[in-house]
Design a protein around this ligand. Structure first.
Ligand code: CP
Length: 309
Protein backbone atom coordinates (compact mmCIF):
# COMPACT_ATOMS: atom_id res chain seq x y z
CA UNK A 1 0.00 0.00 0.00
CA UNK A 2 1.17 3.57 -0.70
CA UNK A 3 -0.12 6.96 0.38
CA UNK A 4 -0.71 7.96 -3.26
CA UNK A 5 -4.21 9.38 -3.22
CA UNK A 6 -4.82 10.89 -6.67
CA UNK A 7 -7.70 9.58 -8.77
CA UNK A 8 -6.41 11.05 -12.06
CA UNK A 9 -3.10 12.37 -13.39
CA UNK A 10 -4.11 15.64 -15.04
CA UNK A 11 -1.10 17.78 -14.22
CA UNK A 12 1.95 18.06 -12.00
CA UNK A 13 0.20 21.06 -10.46
CA UNK A 14 -2.14 18.65 -8.60
CA UNK A 15 0.65 16.44 -7.17
CA UNK A 16 2.27 16.87 -3.77
CA UNK A 17 6.01 16.36 -3.36
CA UNK A 18 5.15 13.09 -1.64
CA UNK A 19 3.06 11.97 -4.68
CA UNK A 20 5.99 12.83 -6.97
CA UNK A 21 8.45 10.92 -4.76
CA UNK A 22 6.12 7.91 -4.67
CA UNK A 23 5.89 7.82 -8.48
CA UNK A 24 9.64 8.33 -8.94
CA UNK A 25 10.54 5.63 -6.38
CA UNK A 26 8.35 3.06 -8.13
CA UNK A 27 9.52 4.22 -11.58
CA UNK A 28 13.16 3.86 -10.48
CA UNK A 29 12.44 0.34 -9.24
CA UNK A 30 10.77 -0.57 -12.54
CA UNK A 31 13.63 0.99 -14.54
CA UNK A 32 16.10 -1.31 -12.77
CA UNK A 33 13.91 -4.38 -13.26
CA UNK A 34 13.41 -3.57 -16.97
CA UNK A 35 17.15 -4.15 -17.50
CA UNK A 36 15.84 -7.68 -17.95
CA UNK A 37 13.98 -7.18 -21.25
CA UNK A 38 11.60 -10.06 -20.47
CA UNK A 39 10.43 -8.43 -17.19
CA UNK A 40 6.64 -8.26 -16.76
CA UNK A 41 4.33 -7.87 -13.77
CA UNK A 42 0.71 -8.84 -13.16
CA UNK A 43 -0.34 -5.62 -11.42
CA UNK A 44 -2.72 -4.63 -14.24
CA UNK A 45 -4.11 -8.09 -14.99
CA UNK A 46 -7.77 -7.97 -15.95
CA UNK A 47 -7.70 -4.19 -16.60
CA UNK A 48 -8.34 -2.48 -19.93
CA UNK A 49 -6.60 0.76 -20.89
CA UNK A 50 -8.14 3.03 -23.53
CA UNK A 51 -5.73 5.17 -25.57
CA UNK A 52 -7.15 8.34 -27.15
CA UNK A 53 -4.53 10.40 -28.96
CA UNK A 54 -6.11 13.33 -30.80
CA UNK A 55 -2.59 14.59 -31.62
CA UNK A 56 0.35 12.67 -33.07
CA UNK A 57 2.78 10.85 -30.82
CA UNK A 58 5.62 8.36 -31.11
CA UNK A 59 7.18 8.28 -27.64
CA UNK A 60 4.27 8.83 -25.28
CA UNK A 61 1.78 6.51 -26.95
CA UNK A 62 4.29 3.68 -27.50
CA UNK A 63 5.66 3.80 -23.97
CA UNK A 64 2.16 3.91 -22.44
CA UNK A 65 1.27 0.85 -24.53
CA UNK A 66 4.46 -0.94 -23.39
CA UNK A 67 3.73 0.05 -19.80
CA UNK A 68 0.14 -1.21 -19.91
CA UNK A 69 1.11 -4.50 -21.56
CA UNK A 70 4.09 -5.01 -19.20
CA UNK A 71 1.58 -4.88 -16.35
CA UNK A 72 -0.75 -7.38 -18.02
CA UNK A 73 -3.47 -4.91 -19.13
CA UNK A 74 -5.40 -5.06 -22.39
CA UNK A 75 -4.64 -2.06 -24.63
CA UNK A 76 -7.34 -0.49 -26.82
CA UNK A 77 -5.97 2.14 -29.19
CA UNK A 78 -8.46 4.34 -31.05
CA UNK A 79 -7.41 5.53 -34.50
CA UNK A 80 -8.80 9.07 -34.29
CA UNK A 81 -7.93 9.84 -37.95
CA UNK A 82 -10.46 7.19 -39.04
CA UNK A 83 -13.03 7.65 -36.27
CA UNK A 84 -16.43 9.37 -36.18
CA UNK A 85 -14.63 12.47 -34.86
CA UNK A 86 -14.12 13.16 -38.57
CA UNK A 87 -17.94 13.21 -38.96
CA UNK A 88 -18.22 15.95 -36.36
CA UNK A 89 -18.86 13.91 -33.21
CA UNK A 90 -18.06 15.98 -30.11
CA UNK A 91 -15.17 15.11 -27.82
CA UNK A 92 -17.50 14.29 -24.97
CA UNK A 93 -19.77 12.09 -27.12
CA UNK A 94 -16.72 10.28 -28.52
CA UNK A 95 -15.30 9.55 -25.08
CA UNK A 96 -18.58 8.50 -23.44
CA UNK A 97 -19.35 6.26 -26.45
CA UNK A 98 -15.94 4.59 -26.23
CA UNK A 99 -16.30 4.23 -22.47
CA UNK A 100 -19.62 2.42 -22.93
CA UNK A 101 -18.08 0.06 -25.50
CA UNK A 102 -14.72 -0.67 -23.87
CA UNK A 103 -15.44 -0.24 -20.10
CA UNK A 104 -11.85 0.91 -19.46
CA UNK A 105 -10.02 0.91 -16.14
CA UNK A 106 -8.20 4.05 -17.34
CA UNK A 107 -8.22 6.51 -20.23
CA UNK A 108 -4.98 7.98 -21.57
CA UNK A 109 -5.64 11.10 -23.54
CA UNK A 110 -3.72 13.64 -25.64
CA UNK A 111 -5.61 16.59 -27.08
CA UNK A 112 -4.82 20.02 -28.52
CA UNK A 113 -7.39 21.73 -26.25
CA UNK A 114 -6.10 23.23 -23.01
CA UNK A 115 -7.75 21.26 -20.17
CA UNK A 116 -9.48 18.62 -22.34
CA UNK A 117 -8.45 15.67 -20.08
CA UNK A 118 -9.80 17.53 -17.02
CA UNK A 119 -13.12 18.05 -18.81
CA UNK A 120 -13.33 14.33 -19.58
CA UNK A 121 -12.35 13.37 -16.02
CA UNK A 122 -15.54 15.05 -14.85
CA UNK A 123 -17.69 12.79 -17.05
CA UNK A 124 -16.20 9.30 -16.73
CA UNK A 125 -15.93 6.89 -13.82
CA UNK A 126 -12.28 5.83 -14.30
CA UNK A 127 -8.88 7.51 -13.95
CA UNK A 128 -7.89 9.87 -16.77
CA UNK A 129 -4.19 10.35 -17.53
CA UNK A 130 -3.15 13.48 -19.38
CA UNK A 131 -0.68 12.62 -22.16
CA UNK A 132 -0.42 16.29 -23.18
CA UNK A 133 -3.13 18.97 -23.45
CA UNK A 134 -2.40 21.88 -25.73
CA UNK A 135 0.22 24.16 -24.21
CA UNK A 136 -0.88 23.38 -20.62
CA UNK A 137 0.82 20.25 -19.21
CA UNK A 138 2.51 16.96 -20.11
CA UNK A 139 2.90 15.46 -16.65
CA UNK A 140 4.40 12.06 -17.48
CA UNK A 141 7.11 13.79 -19.55
CA UNK A 142 8.19 15.83 -16.51
CA UNK A 143 8.12 12.69 -14.34
CA UNK A 144 10.30 10.70 -16.75
CA UNK A 145 12.64 13.70 -17.05
CA UNK A 146 12.99 13.80 -13.26
CA UNK A 147 13.68 10.05 -13.15
CA UNK A 148 16.37 10.49 -15.82
CA UNK A 149 18.06 13.30 -13.87
CA UNK A 150 17.94 11.23 -10.67
CA UNK A 151 19.78 8.39 -12.43
CA UNK A 152 22.69 10.85 -12.81
CA UNK A 153 22.38 13.14 -9.79
CA UNK A 154 21.67 12.28 -6.14
CA UNK A 155 18.86 14.79 -5.76
CA UNK A 156 16.95 17.45 -7.70
CA UNK A 157 17.35 19.88 -4.79
CA UNK A 158 19.61 22.85 -5.58
CA UNK A 159 20.41 21.73 -9.13
CA UNK A 160 20.60 24.60 -11.62
CA UNK A 161 18.37 23.64 -14.54
CA UNK A 162 17.88 25.72 -17.69
CA UNK A 163 14.83 25.17 -19.90
CA UNK A 164 15.62 26.68 -23.29
CA UNK A 165 13.87 27.59 -26.50
CA UNK A 166 10.19 27.63 -27.42
CA UNK A 167 8.85 27.92 -23.88
CA UNK A 168 5.73 29.84 -24.93
CA UNK A 169 4.22 26.81 -26.69
CA UNK A 170 5.61 24.08 -24.43
CA UNK A 171 3.50 21.95 -22.11
CA UNK A 172 6.73 20.06 -21.32
CA UNK A 173 8.28 23.28 -20.02
CA UNK A 174 5.23 24.01 -17.86
CA UNK A 175 5.17 20.55 -16.25
CA UNK A 176 8.93 20.66 -15.70
CA UNK A 177 8.86 24.15 -14.19
CA UNK A 178 6.23 23.00 -11.69
CA UNK A 179 7.85 19.66 -10.82
CA UNK A 180 11.44 20.86 -10.58
CA UNK A 181 10.50 23.90 -8.49
CA UNK A 182 8.41 21.73 -6.13
CA UNK A 183 11.39 19.41 -5.70
CA UNK A 184 13.79 22.25 -4.84
CA UNK A 185 15.71 22.79 -8.09
CA UNK A 186 16.65 26.28 -9.30
CA UNK A 187 14.90 26.67 -12.64
CA UNK A 188 15.72 29.29 -15.24
CA UNK A 189 14.17 29.91 -18.63
CA UNK A 190 16.19 30.96 -21.67
CA UNK A 191 14.08 32.06 -24.63
CA UNK A 192 13.84 34.68 -27.35
CA UNK A 193 11.50 37.55 -26.53
CA UNK A 194 8.68 36.24 -28.77
CA UNK A 195 8.89 32.68 -27.38
CA UNK A 196 9.03 33.76 -23.72
CA UNK A 197 5.65 33.27 -21.98
CA UNK A 198 4.04 36.28 -20.37
CA UNK A 199 3.90 34.43 -17.06
CA UNK A 200 5.17 31.20 -15.63
CA UNK A 201 3.06 28.53 -13.87
CA UNK A 202 5.07 28.96 -10.64
CA UNK A 203 7.03 31.70 -8.88
CA UNK A 204 10.80 31.78 -8.56
CA UNK A 205 11.77 31.15 -12.19
CA UNK A 206 14.70 33.22 -13.44
CA UNK A 207 14.46 34.62 -16.96
CA UNK A 208 17.24 35.03 -19.57
CA UNK A 209 17.06 36.24 -23.16
CA UNK A 210 20.42 34.84 -24.29
CA UNK A 211 22.09 31.44 -23.98
CA UNK A 212 25.34 33.20 -23.08
CA UNK A 213 23.64 34.86 -20.10
CA UNK A 214 21.61 31.87 -18.92
CA UNK A 215 23.85 28.82 -19.20
CA UNK A 216 26.42 29.82 -16.57
CA UNK A 217 26.56 27.31 -13.67
CA UNK A 218 23.89 25.01 -15.14
CA UNK A 219 23.94 21.33 -14.18
CA UNK A 220 21.20 20.36 -16.64
CA UNK A 221 20.13 21.98 -19.92
CA UNK A 222 16.69 21.04 -21.20
CA UNK A 223 16.31 22.04 -24.84
CA UNK A 224 12.80 22.28 -26.32
CA UNK A 225 11.35 21.59 -29.75
CA UNK A 226 10.32 24.55 -31.87
CA UNK A 227 6.57 23.89 -32.05
CA UNK A 228 5.90 25.23 -35.52
CA UNK A 229 2.39 23.72 -35.52
CA UNK A 230 1.41 26.08 -32.67
CA UNK A 231 3.31 29.14 -33.96
CA UNK A 232 2.16 32.09 -36.05
CA UNK A 233 4.01 32.38 -39.35
CA UNK A 234 7.13 34.55 -39.07
CA UNK A 235 7.62 33.93 -35.33
CA UNK A 236 11.18 32.91 -36.10
CA UNK A 237 13.00 34.53 -39.01
CA UNK A 238 14.74 31.31 -40.08
CA UNK A 239 15.92 28.03 -38.56
CA UNK A 240 19.52 29.05 -39.25
CA UNK A 241 19.12 32.32 -37.39
CA UNK A 242 17.40 30.52 -34.48
CA UNK A 243 20.17 27.91 -34.30
CA UNK A 244 22.82 30.59 -34.32
CA UNK A 245 21.29 32.36 -31.29
CA UNK A 246 19.50 29.60 -29.37
CA UNK A 247 20.81 26.30 -30.74
CA UNK A 248 23.01 24.39 -28.30
CA UNK A 249 26.52 23.97 -29.69
CA UNK A 250 29.70 22.67 -28.04
CA UNK A 251 30.80 26.29 -27.64
CA UNK A 252 27.63 27.27 -25.76
CA UNK A 253 27.61 24.03 -23.72
CA UNK A 254 31.09 24.96 -22.47
CA UNK A 255 29.48 27.96 -20.69
CA UNK A 256 27.60 25.60 -18.34
CA UNK A 257 29.16 23.55 -15.51
CA UNK A 258 31.80 21.06 -16.66
CA UNK A 259 30.00 17.84 -17.57
CA UNK A 260 26.55 19.51 -17.71
CA UNK A 261 23.96 17.13 -19.12
CA UNK A 262 21.64 17.85 -22.05
CA UNK A 263 18.01 16.79 -22.38
CA UNK A 264 15.26 17.16 -25.00
CA UNK A 265 11.74 15.70 -24.88
CA UNK A 266 11.77 14.89 -28.59
CA UNK A 267 11.11 14.85 -31.41
CA UNK A 268 14.32 16.79 -32.10
CA UNK A 269 14.61 19.18 -35.06
CA UNK A 270 18.21 18.23 -35.78
CA UNK A 271 20.71 21.10 -35.98
CA UNK A 272 17.96 23.59 -35.17
CA UNK A 273 17.70 23.09 -31.38
CA UNK A 274 20.90 21.12 -30.70
CA UNK A 275 23.99 20.47 -32.82
CA UNK A 276 24.22 16.82 -33.87
CA UNK A 277 27.57 16.27 -32.19
CA UNK A 278 25.86 16.93 -28.83
CA UNK A 279 22.57 15.14 -29.59
CA UNK A 280 24.53 12.00 -30.49
CA UNK A 281 27.12 12.18 -27.68
CA UNK A 282 25.99 9.72 -24.98
CA UNK A 283 28.41 11.28 -22.47
CA UNK A 284 26.42 14.53 -22.55
CA UNK A 285 23.02 13.77 -24.09
CA UNK A 286 20.34 11.98 -22.05
CA UNK A 287 17.78 11.99 -24.88
CA UNK A 288 17.62 8.24 -25.47
CA UNK A 289 17.61 7.61 -21.72
CA UNK A 290 14.61 9.94 -21.43
CA UNK A 291 12.61 7.99 -24.01
CA UNK A 292 13.55 4.65 -22.43
CA UNK A 293 12.43 5.95 -19.02
CA UNK A 294 8.97 6.61 -20.46
CA UNK A 295 8.15 2.94 -19.95
CA UNK A 296 8.99 2.50 -16.23
CA UNK A 297 7.57 5.93 -15.41
CA UNK A 298 4.26 5.13 -17.09
CA UNK A 299 4.23 1.67 -15.48
CA UNK A 300 4.48 3.41 -12.11
CA UNK A 301 1.69 5.86 -12.95
CA UNK A 302 -0.64 3.10 -14.16
CA UNK A 303 0.09 0.96 -11.09
CA UNK A 304 -0.55 3.78 -8.65
CA UNK A 305 -3.80 4.84 -10.33
CA UNK A 306 -5.32 1.46 -11.14
CA UNK A 307 -3.02 -1.36 -10.11
CA UNK A 308 -4.06 -4.44 -8.15
CA UNK A 309 -1.46 -3.77 -5.43
N1 CP B 1 7.91 13.94 -25.91
C1 CP B 1 6.76 13.59 -26.52
O1 CP B 1 5.66 13.84 -26.02
O2 CP B 1 6.93 12.92 -27.70
P1 CP B 1 5.76 12.33 -28.60
O3 CP B 1 5.01 13.48 -29.20
O4 CP B 1 6.47 11.49 -29.63
O5 CP B 1 4.86 11.51 -27.70
Amino acid sequence: MTDFSQKHLLGIDQLSTSDIETILDLAGDYAARLEDTSFKTDTLNGKRVLSLFFEDSTRTRTSFEMAAKNGGADWVNIDIEHSAVKKGETLLDTVTTLQAITRPAAIIMRHSEYGAPSLIAGHVDCPVINAGDGTREHPTQALLDALTILQHKETLRDLNIAICGDVAHSRVANSNMILLTKMGANVRIIAPENLMPEKFPVDGIAKFKTMEGGLKDCDIIMMLRLQKERMAEGTITSENAYFSEFGLTAEKLALAKPGALVMHPGPVNRNVEIADDITDNPARSLILKQVANGVPTRMAVLDLLLGNK
